[in-house]
Design a protein. Structure first.
Length: 253
């Protein structure tokens, strides 16, 4: 029987790359996203559902459908996230702070809380949570995002402890700077905040890694497939950076 894989924010970016990578292994794919246009562009053999991971009712409805159609879930990629505001901490609006944590941290919690009973009942499962290198080192002018991603790591480690006795593994993935539309938005906002050009900020990110370059969404996806495989059957509670090795998390140009 092919594995049942649910990916939040799975219609584009890292999530879409994960979905494609798991599909290539023969897995059944279910993607959830708030972007209806992106959902409509998903392959016809994927299940695609609009869901807001920051809303408990929306998440419960999603997993209710998954349980009814699939009678369980083998892999949850709790991948949904938002970059949040770019501002000094004293300038961050409280509502923006809460929204950033709601998507990045509450979303991971709500999704895992729904998946856990299914996985415990079947005595197996894998939960992968998308954190960030911002959850390892901090991130100047991005306090809400960094705080949320640190929280995701703590949640992943705790779930690995709670669910391990039931045969369920949980790990956190920490992407570095990933080429793509979301990162372009981050670069633009940081360039404006720092009085720099987009290319200068881009070069600063790249120079902060040992490999001197950004990663691609497929790099994250391939690690997710490995962590969900039997080859990683004893890997749990780990925080794995896919970032070209960050040696300076706040490089100055």
């Amino acid at each position: 029987m092919s594995r049942r894989v649910l990916i939040t924010a799975g219609a584009s970016g890292i999530g879409r790359a994960m979905a494609e990578a798991f599909a290539a292994t023969g897995a059944r794919i279910w993607v959830a996203d708030v972007d209806e246009a992106a959902l409509s562009a998903c392959p016809g053999d994927w299940r695609a559902t609009r869901a807001d991971v920051s809303d408990a009712g929306s998440v419960a409805a999603l997993f209710g459908a998954v349980g009814a159609d699939w009678a369980g879930i083998d892999v949850l990629c709790a991948n949904a996230g938002t970059p949040g505001p770019t501002a000094r901490v004293e300038d961050v609006d409280l509502q923006e702070w809460r929204r950033c944590l709601a998507v990045n941290l509450d979303g991971a919690f709500l999704s895992a809380a729904q998946a856990a009973p299914m996985m415990k009942a079947q005595g197996a499962g894998v939960i992968l949570m998308t954190s960030s290198t911002a959850g390892l080192y901090g991130y100047p002018n991005r306090a809400p995002y960094a705080a949320a991603k640190w929280g995701v790591i703590g949640l992943a480690k705790t779930l690995a402890m709670e669910l391990g006795p039931y045969g369920v593994r949980c790990n956190a993935l920490c992407p570095g700077a990933v080429e793509g539309p979301r990162m372009e938005g981050v670069l633009a906002r940081e360039a404006e905040a720092k009085g720099m050009t987009r290319d200068q900020v881009h070069a600063g990110y790249a120079s902060g890694t040992a490999m001197g370059q950004f990663v691609e969404a497929r790099d994250i996806a391939e690690m997710a497939v490995f962590l969900a495989s039997d080859a990683a059957r004893r890997v749990s509670g780990q925080v794995i950076a896919v970032d070209g090795f960050t040696v300076n998390p706040d490089p100055k140009i």
